[in-house]
Ligand binder design. Structure first.
Ligand SMILES: [Zn+2]
Ligand SMILES: [Zn+2]
Length: 330
């Protein structure tokens, strides 16, 4: 099976047709565990996700290529989530400042790789896809959650803030500044302050994470990442037909919790109400397996308001077919 990019559905490999009756072929990186497809009449040989990867390890760097295969799974998951939200993904080959991924390893001997976003390009350190390395960093930095998907979702938050909010005349700019703070504040000063003194006391009442307290940009990116965590997980649960019976809710509700595949037509408060119960049950399930909470965060009202603004920004920016864009010539 492989993914048909336009419809985001799984189709049989290799003899599938797209919705226009055009034959689909598997991505040339199928041997690197890519399960996406492209049209047979396309000039290229790799799928939309693989093409968004602008820089990758050298062909003889086997260790880094193994990490690339692992990391690209998270990248594809990110893209499916963005498409489910209806957000446009404008690739770098079509638009100056369009989205691109530089997937490089800090263990390849070419110097450090700093995870970040600049001008549409998201850089990811492939070495972090090694569980032992990433877990060590997580403990060192005192973070409750650190995953490759989390990195992608955070960095793409910077990309969308730049694209959807900070454009001249952006409709949400003032509201964004009022809630998250003025993004024109010095980032260098914020960084120095954060690593010298840490998060301010009582940060839990207004921020989703300690890192979010550093600078308005980081607060937006963290909030945007959690927006994707919440809606993607609720959507996955909904597709599986899972719901929570009202009788399990300790008399607090008379109606069952029925997660939705999309919350685009309702306020964020509806998703957060569902999430409160779904994450509670998922956390209990994780603990039943001897693991930590699946969602080791709590969402205070002030963070709920930030998530609501992100929800309004996203739902005001949707396009009908997000991931289908003209590919570059051969
Ligand atoms: Zn691919
Ligand atoms: Zn960031």
């Amino acid at each position: 099976m492989m993914l048909a990019t336009a419809t985001l559905t799984m189709v049989p490999a290799p003899a599938a047709l797209d919705e226009h009756g055009t034959a689909l072929v598997a991505c040339a990186h199928r041997d690197q565990e890519c399960n996406w497809s492209l049209r047979a009449d396309d000039d290229g040989t790799t799928c939309f996700s693989c093409r968004l990867t602008r820089r990758r390890p050298q062909a003889d760097d086997a260790a880094a290529l193994e990490r690339l295969a692992e990391t690209s799974k998270a990248q594809r998951r990110l893209l499916v989530g963005l498409a489910d939200l209806g957000l446009p993904v404008d690739p770098y080959w079509r638009t100056d400042g369009g989205l691109a991924f530089d997937l490089l390893s800090s263990q390849s001997g070419n110097g450090p790789v700093t995870i970040g976003h600049a001008g549409g390009v998201i850089t990811i350190d492939l070495a972090e896809s090694l569980d032992a390395h990433r877990e060590q960093l997580r403990v060192q930095l005192g973070e409750p959650y650190r995953t490759m998907l989390g990195h992608f979702r955070h960095e793409v938050g910077h990309y969308y803030q730049w694209q959807l909010v900070e454009r001249p005349g952006g409709a949400f700019l003032e509201e964004c500044r009022a809630l998250f703070g003025d993004e024109r504040a010095s980032y260098t000063d914020a960084l120095a302050r954060h690593y010298a003194t840490g998060a301010p006391a009582g940060w839990q009442e207004t921020f989703i994470s300690e890192y979010a307290t550093m600078h308005p940009w980081e607060d937006f990116a963290e909030t945007f990442a959690h927006y994707q965590h919440v809606l993607d997980t609720l959507g996955t649960i909904a597709h599986g037909g899972v719901r929570i019976d009202a009788s399990a809710l300790m008399g607090t509700r008379t109606q069952d919790i029925m997660p939705r595949t999309s919350y685009a037509d309702v306020p964020m408060a509806v998703a957060l109400e569902d999430w409160q119960w779904v994450s509670y049950e998922l956390n209990r399930a994780n603990r039943a397996m001897g693991k930590g909470d699946l969602y080791p965060f709590s969402i205070p009202p002030a963070v709920g308001r930030k998530l609501d603004l992100v929800h309004r920004i996203v739902t005001a920016s949707t396009v009908p077919v997000p991931l289908v864009a003209p590919f570059p010539g051969a």
